[in-house]
Design a protein around this ligand. Structure first.
Ligand code: PGA
Length: 209
């Protein structure tokens, strides 16, 4: 069976109190363990709620893994405001790198993103590397690449499963990554149309609300 990654991106949403409420609701949901074989459920939350989310996952014994949404390109040191790999590793196993919102609003370049990937790898954190197409450079050492066409992110206008399949296939062929995923206006209604495609190993829905 194909391994599937379901990765929630909370973006810049949720306070600690809202995180508590969310986990309380989710704790009533019956995760069917048999259905979770070969599935990895990952939640990428803001830095400010990583600690709370980790405690709540343990408390409710949920089959959810944690990810951060960014990582400093520097190791620990005099970098005011930065959160480094050593700090993230205490709470999270994954980190989103290269999301189009960071490329666009924070001018993150391919060079900077390669440094972030190197830092994640140094601390054993798995990079979830986002690209807007198969021609975008993917730093070496990245196993999970997520194709997120800019026109589909947060617009309610997803790519077609056929097109997403073509791009994900090209990504796998070009960089020999282990997995390629799709993100952009994924919903509970359309998720299967993407995950049933042979080259698509999961999805990254966002929103956080
Ligand atoms: P969306 O966001 O599901 O709201 O389109 C996806 C993302 O930004 O990763």
């Amino acid at each position: 069976m194909k391994k599937l990654f379901i990765i929630g991106n909370w973006k810049s949403y949720k306070t600690a109190a809202e995180t508590n409420d969310w986990f309380q609701q989710i704790s009533n949901f019956q995760f069917q363990i048999a259905n979770l074989q070969d599935k990895e459920i990952i939640l990428c939350v803001p830095f400010t709620v990583l600690s709370t989310a980790k405690s709540l996952i343990q408390q409710y014994e949920l089959p959810i893994r944690l990810g951060a949404q960014d990582i400093s390109p520097f190791d620990e040191g005099k970098y005011t405001g930065e959160i480094n790999g050593k700090q993230i590793k205490e709470f999270a196993e994954y980190v989103i790198i290269g999301h189009s919102e960071r490329r666009r609003y924070f001018s993150e370049t391919d060079e900077l993103l390669a440094k972030k990937v190197a830092m994640a790898k140094q601390y054993g954190i798995v990079p979830l590397f986002c690209v807007e197409g198969s021609d975008v450079p993917v730093p070496s050492g990245v196993d999970i690449v997520i194709y997120e066409p800019i026109t589909a992110i947060g617009t309610g206008n997803p790519d077609t499963p056929d097109d997403a399949e073509k791009v994900c296939k090209a990504i796998l062929e070009k960089d020999h990554n282990s997995f390629s995923l799709y993100g952009g206006s994924v919903t509970s209604e359309n998720v299967r149309s993407f995950t049933s495609m042979p080259s698509i190993s999961g999805v990254l829905p966002g929103g956080g609300r």
